[in-house]
Design a protein around this ligand. Sequence first.
Ligand code: SF4
Length: 320
Amino acid sequence: MVVWLRNNGRYKEYRHESREDVCRDGAPRRSNMGGLPRHLTFEVESKVLGQLYRPSGKALEQARAVLELEDPHAVNVAWGCNIGCGYCYGPRFSRQTRENWMTIRYPEKEPLELVYRQLTKSSVVDGAEVKGVFISFMTDPYLPQIRRWTEPLIKYLREEEIRVATSSKLEVSEVPGVRNGMTIVSLDRSFWEMYEPNAPSPISRLMELRKAHYEGEYTWASIEPCPCGGIWSQDIRDLLNCLFFVDFLILGKWNYDPRAGTDEAREDYGRTVATFRDFCKKHGIRHYIKSETLDFIEGVDKKEVGRARIDFRRKKVNGL
Ligand code: SF4
């Protein structure tokens, strides 16, 4: 996608398609999320809020794995989340304080209207045909004040025979044929009270997923951020044993915390990944391990190893 933004009184062209941004003045810049210069990330995201766009970086990795599509799209039905989990990456990714992150910002119009307008104009958005949509990376799509926008959008996308995946800690979709996702990283009550006190309990989330599964719907679970022993001591098998019924599992390490970057944590994640992989194979569950997690346990130095080589190995490890 190419966007035009005013910067220091002048409009410049930015390409929102890779990790590296190219300004028209030729100066490449980097950002950690969305491929845009740091100071412009929110401005750009707010412009596409409620609309179809092509995710990049970590979001692209997640959407590809869940939707099983090479060029997935996403819609952020809002920006921010007031559930306020202690480990939430949202404030970091959106470069704002936790307080600001918990103030939800809404699209100018209903996402259904914005997406309908995009798709009636063309089935190709940002250079790729819209075949699958991930909802949402920058909010929980089932927050009470957003739910009324999320469900009609999903219904419309499914009527257009577009694959849809949701990710939430609150609910699954009532629309049939959706890839319903829930994040559950621990079943411990004390973990929930410490890190996710405003979210439904992990058991309720599990029940919500199970109900959808027994109604014949596709379900998936995200075990991310998975705590290492230095953060929270738990036996991952307890959680996995409760998730035996899902169609897809994704695992990712706890990031941005020095306790998850030690040699001890590396060994710990090595064991967790092996257990996770064995469990999924035994139960025939499609699964994916985040590349950052694999890099960490394998001690990969990205500066020394070519990107293409890493991608090839990841695909191989994940059976793609
Ligand atoms: S539910 Fe998700 S988006 Fe909301 S605060 Fe928790 S981790 Fe962040």
